[in-house]
Design a protein around this ligand. Sequence first.
Ligand code: 5GP
Length: 173
Amino acid sequence: MIVGRPFLTVDQIQKKVRDLADSISTDYGNKNLLAVGILKGAFVFYSDLVRMIRVPLMVDFILASSYVKSNTSGEVKVMHDITADVTDKDVLLVEDIVDTGITLNYIRERMLMKEPRSLRICTFLDKKERREVEVPLDYVGYSIPNEFVVGYGLDYDNKFRNLPYISVFKKRT
Ligand code: 5GP
């Protein structure tokens, strides 16, 4: 297994997180922001992002995992859900990467059933060409090609999440 050179460097990551946080701070000035991190992958991005947002916010988390049952359908399991009442909240879902869109679509629909005052989505990475289910993305860090990446919270087999940069992961053949 090989983790290559940085695909996105620490500097590139931090600059993009600041840009996203600036946009969110502008948009949520008069709102009741609840930032919901989707674990595990988003934990690093989420903690950087909320510390750069300059408006008051509350935090909450969803722990979800998805696994592919066949080539075309995935199943999502929520192991921990938010604890907050969202009916008076402007919810921002914070995700690390959107691939097929199946995970985020499931989480979005589940959140909409709780009837938040508003709902938006922020993802650090977007692998558009892999999309199977359309999900509206309001804040996107980087659109990336169809490569498997690790680092900055993203794992392979629950490893590499602590790399401070993002790298393309390749299996040695
Ligand atoms: P989905 O296909 O439902 O959009 O994405 C499901 C999950 O697969 C993501 O939340 C993420 O945990 C994982 N995933 C998708 N693409 C990648 C990738 O390139 N690298 C890593 N480490 N995980 C990925």
